[in-house]
Design a binder for this molecule. Structure first.
Ligand code: GCB
Ligand code: CA
Length: 896
């Protein structure tokens, strides 16, 4: 009965036997063609010169450029990849050759030597084909993959707030296997499933289930050795078994059970990993026929609807982010190292939780979470809506099964999820077609129940989750909330609508409504363009300061409620979303890092709040060129400076001579500092356990005159944004745009008019979200003053160049519908019929200016005019309406 053979710790080495499986990438030198080809052509396409193939490497997407240009839309259709590979004769008789894809978006058809091999649907899970019978060994073989990322009503996601980059965007491997091997046939999993039905400090039970294939034509008995190896490579336990396999037998199942005494536990602070090494050996020769190594982390966990999450018996508040798999100009075609970098960014921030949204990602992501100690949730991409068809249901179920089986062994993974805001966009009006809606809602719930039971049947140990948006009753009424074990909520109070404080009441309401279910705030966030600032931040202004305010509020509300199991910031990184206009076109800016992973303030806020070691860091630390108007009679401008710190108080040195002190409240020390023209250098200091920690910041401050005649410094010029409180830092031109002010004598500013505030279903907003054509700096054109009468400056005599900037923001142009949150019901502005004249000091510089007609809507227009100012006349711009109301977006003046 003693089937556990306990080996005394023994170091073994795993030499790669030439007999064992061989796995290598074939990423380089593919040829690519964007467009469809007749399959008959592809059979011999190597000889075809009429098609222009382009040489590419994998990871590859064909959308990295067309999603970032000024034109809406991106290529969603068919493209072909081909590659000729010399395949050596098999190293053993009856060996198998597989081609293995980590991810192709979204439908892939494989052809080998002109013959169709198979198809895979779904852009985010792994798959493989056995190509043995299609190959010519010791010869060149042509592999061709037809990839299609067009809309497919049977494959989720149907719609979502992210770009569906097409291509073979993750690694491709060739795998050479002996005729006897661990089965890949169970949804392209490793064929090895590790579970830990019981773990405690004293004892861990580990079940290793493996699936064996004998694809030879003879019956065969092999020996399977399973070992648990610790971090140092020492074998802790080893079991072995003779297994008899019939000829052509597939997926023969076996299970070994190990008991580990006094196990090393896995946790975020100590992500201790064992490995499970499994080998198939030839009974006679002892040769290794196949081998595998899987991660093993020993931990137990519990979700409690009142008290939160417990890991290894200890409470752990789960705080972290979501993550999208794309990067600046690369689309989703990222190398493994870039995925690794992201998970490190989260760990470095102090995060212990990652919602891998909205789809399974590259295998390196979960590998890194195992290694770094980050708990995770993974989901299949059923986003926004479903199709009520059998085909859709089947694809969902297949994806769920692939997800679970391919990722089963990761100790970091604790939640399987499968729907995101599926009742966000109803396919019809809920009120007018009540009955139809009820059917739809029922079908959504029916689908959810099917996926739920599928997942539960595949994994007994983990929890399940559905993610909903703030329209709570929709999900409850549809019965959807009673399907999963955990409820995820994406809450954006204070962004898409409402006040920040309604977030708090929402949390309490949710707990009252669902007292027995664990609640996770699966998303919350605010769009931030790191170059935009405001001293009067407001919802939808995209400024750093509003984003900070939002997160400062949310983090407190989340931390102070024990029934909130965890929360995931939306998002770790800014990401591409083709249908968005916004401050940076085609991009969702809710990341706490940018598309190229520049850390925003919010990243530092969380790092400060979550770190167990001392952190001190200037807020607004990316903001190096600042500006403001001198206070009356003064030669400085007082502005706030914030320092993130987890100490008690912070000492701030300004230009090496003035010292300020402030207490740290909620991880922030706040100061008011008189900025002087030119260089302002800061040192922030704090003491923790008598050790000093510092951060430094240099700001180049451009002081604008309040009263020109009192201004001590030389007046170099001024860049003004109209119709806004926003400040924009232009790093390329090294200049700062400051907000408008009304004209007063001796000073500068506008006369008359009002701010343009587009009306949307989210209320009247502080800026337009149009994608400005022909500008790298969209935000400066996205605000304007409407019905402006004058712009006046009492500048000293001299020669000046003035630039005026416009973009017509009102139109009835049928905008590409933002299928996502901002949406269909956007209230379009009236047809624009705007004609006006502009005069400088009485001379017409623009006559009958009609921006929409002459340049088009949402197009950046900028014009320069030279002006000679004499006799103290100053500068006066007059705007004369001919039709409609005159506008001005930007005003710039430079002294020559
Ligand atoms: C959501 C969605 C996510 C969006 C996000 C947003 O609720 O789940 O995909 O990107 O809101 O930024 O609007
Ligand atoms: Ca990879």
């Amino acid at each position: 009965m003693n089937k556990y053979i306990l080996l005394i710790t023994l170091v073994i080495s795993f030499s790669v036997s030439s007999q064992s499986r061989q796995v290598f990438t074939i990423n380089n030198n593919w040829e690519f063609y964007k467009g469809n080809l007749e399959v008959s052509k592809t059979e011999t396409f190597l000889e075809h010169n009429d098609v222009k193939w382009q040489s590419v490497n994998i990871p590859h997407t064909w959308n990295n450029i067309d999603t970032t240009d000024d034109t809406p839309g991106y290529y969603r259709g068919i493209a072909w990849y081909k590659k000729s590979i010399f395949i050596e004769s098999a190293h053993t008789p009856n060996a198998k050759t597989l081609i293995y894809f980590e991810g192709v978006n979204q439908v892939a058809d494989l052809y080998v030597n002109g013959q169709w091999v198979g198809q895979h649907k779904g852009g985010y899970t792994r798959f493989h084909f056995d190509v043995t019978s299609f190959l010519k060994y010791n010869q060149q073989n042509t592999f061709a993959v037809k990839v299609d990322n067009s809309y497919n009503e049977a494959i989720p996601p149907l719609s979502a707030d992210f770009t569906f980059f097409g291509g073979i965007y993750r690694d491709v491997f060739i795998m050479e296997l002996n005729e006897v091997h661990f089965s890949m046939d169970d949804h392209s999993s490793s064929g090895i499933y590790i579970s830990t039905p019981e773990v405690s400090k004293e004892l861990a039970t580990v079940e290793v289930k493996y699936l064996l294939n004998n694809e030879g034509s003879k019956n065969k008995t092999v020996q399977v050795v399973s070992q648990i190896v610790d971090k140092q490579g020492v074998v802790v336990l080893s079991l072995n078994k003779k297994v008899r396999l019939s000829k052509n037998e597939k997926n023969k199942e076996n299970t070994e059970v190990f008991s580990i005494k006094n196990p090393q536990l896995w946790s975020p602070d100590n992500p201790y990993l064992y490995s499970v090494i499994t080998q198939i050996k030839d009974l006679k020769t002892g040769k290794i026929l196949d081998e595998s190594s899987e991660p093993l982390g020993l931990r137990w966990f519990k979700f409690d609807s009142e008290k939160g999450f417990f890991l290894n018996g200890e409470h752990l508040k789960l705080i972290g982010t979501n993550r999208h798999q794309d990067y600046l100009k690369k689309g989703n075609a990222l190398s493994d190292e870039m995925h690794v970098r992201d998970i490190r960014l989260l760990k470095e921030m102090g995060g212990n939780f990652l919602r891998i949204s909205h789809y399974p990602q590259d295998p390196t992501v979960l590998e890194m979470c195992d290694r770094l100690g980050i708990l995770t949730s993974v989901e299949i991409p059923i986003v926004n809506a479903i199709t009520e068809s059998e085909a859709f249901t089947n694809n969902c179920l297949a994806m769920a099964e692939e997800m679970v089986k391919q990722n089963y062994n990761h100790p970091s993974l604790v939640i399987w999820a499968y729907m995101n805001e599926v009742l966000l966009r109803l396919p019809f009006d809920q009120k007018t077609e009540k009955e139809r809606y009820e059917i739809y809602a029922k079908n959504v719930t029916k689908l959810a129940s099917k996926i739920e039971s599928k997942i539960r049947s595949l994994d007994f140990y983990r929890s399940t989750m559905i993610v909903n948006h703030g329209a709570i009753s929709r999900y409850k009424d549809a019965g959807l909330t009673s399907v999963p074990m955990i409820l995820g909520w994406n809450l954006y109070q204070g962004w898409y609508g409402g006040k920040l404080s309604s977030f708090d009441s929402n949390l309490d309401d949710l707990h009252n409504l669902f007292p027995n279910q664990s609640l996770i705030i699966t998303e919350y966030g605010a769009d931030v363009h790191p170059r935009l600032h405001s001293m009067k931040p407001e919802r939808f202004d995209y400024t750093v300061e509003y984003g900070n305010k939002y997160h400062e509020h949310y983090i407190k509300a989340i931390q102070s409620r024990s029934f909130i199991v965890g929360a995931n910031i939306w998002n770790l990184n800014d990401f591409y979303s083709e249908s968005r206009g916004y401050a940076l076109p085609r991009t969702n800016l809710k990341g706490i890092t940018t598309l190229d992973r520049e850390k925003k303030d919010t990243w530092w806020l969380y790092k400060t709040a979550l770190s167990k070691t001392p952190v001190i860091k200037f807020g607004q630390n990316q903001w190096k060129i600042r500006g403001g108007v001198a206070e009356a009679g003064k030669d400085f401008c007082t502005l706030p400076v914030t320092v993130y710190s987890n100490g008690d108080s912070v000492e701030l040195w300004h230009n090496n001579n003035v010292v300020y002190n402030a207490k740290v409240v909620d991880n922030i020390a706040r100061f008011s500092i008189p900025f002087v023209n030119g260089k302002n250098s800061f040192i922030a200091k704090m003491k923790v356990d008598s050790k000093e920690y510092i951060d430094v910041l240099d700001v180049d401050f451009r002081l604008a005159p309040n009263n020109f005649s009192e201004f001590k410094d030389e007046f170099y010029g001024l860049n003004v944004l109209l119709g806004t409180n926003r400040i924009y830092e232009d790093k390329v031109k090294s200049q700062v745009w400051i907000p408008e002010q009304p004209y007063t004598k001796g000073s500068w500013g506008y006369v008359g008019g009002e701010r343009f505030r587009p009306k949307t279903r989210f209320g009247s907003l502080p800026s337009s979200d149009l994608d400005i054509i022909d500008s790298e700096d969209d935000p400066i054109y996205q605000t304007q003053r409407v019905d402006i009468q004058k712009f006046k400056l009492d500048v000293p005599d001299g020669r000046y160049v003035i630039s005026l900037g416009w973009a017509e923001l009102e139109s009835d142009k049928e905008h590409e519908k933002l299928i996502y949150n901002l949406g269909d019901d956007r209230i379009l502005e009236a047809v624009t019929d705007r004609v006006f004249n502009v005069l400088i000091n009485g001379n017409y510089i623009e006559k009958n200016l009609n921006l929409a007609e002459q340049f088009g809507v949402e197009k950046a227009v900028s014009k320069k005019y030279e002006v000679l100012v004499l006799n103290g006349e100053g500068i006066t711009l007059d705007f004369e309406a001919i039709k409609g109301k005159p506008i001005l977006n930007t005003f710039q003046i430079r002294r020559l």
